[in-house]
Design a protein around this ligand. Sequence first.
Ligand code: 5GP
Ligand code: ZN
Length: 132
Amino acid sequence: MPAGGTPVPWTEYHREVTDCLFCRIVAGEIPADVVHETDTTLAFRDIMPKAPVHVLVIPKAHHPDVAALTAADRGLAGEVLAAAAAVAEAAGLATDGYRTIFNTGPYAGQEVFHVHAHVVGGAPLGPMLMPR
Ligand code: 5GP
Ligand code: ZN
């Protein structure tokens, strides 16, 4: 059962976690370039970086997106944000600035349904979205 979350049938949660790419990274089954770790969070470089620095920050516990994480465990959501700030600071991004992105759902292009903050920076990032 996800820590602090709504109880779900064990088999359903088990299937979600064993199928989940980022749970498999947490479990050490898939290698990742880890840059920061706490008891509850993990941060590793994105495999296809879109900026000079592009790090993904995740809770070790499986939650599909930031809304689900916040509903299930607000404290853990705060720990993910604190880890994102620590990653940015350690990468030297804090002075010039950086962007923290949570994609949620298909319109946002979320590809991996284990909540993750993208921490991107190291160069001017341009406008947040293309003008319509
Ligand atoms: P999303 O589109 O879900 O917000 O972002 C998913 C991110 O995960 C993408 O930026 C993608 O490049 C990254 N990604 C996908 N597979 C892997 C992987 O196996 N390892 C790492 N480090 N990043 C991955
Ligand atoms: Zn997961």
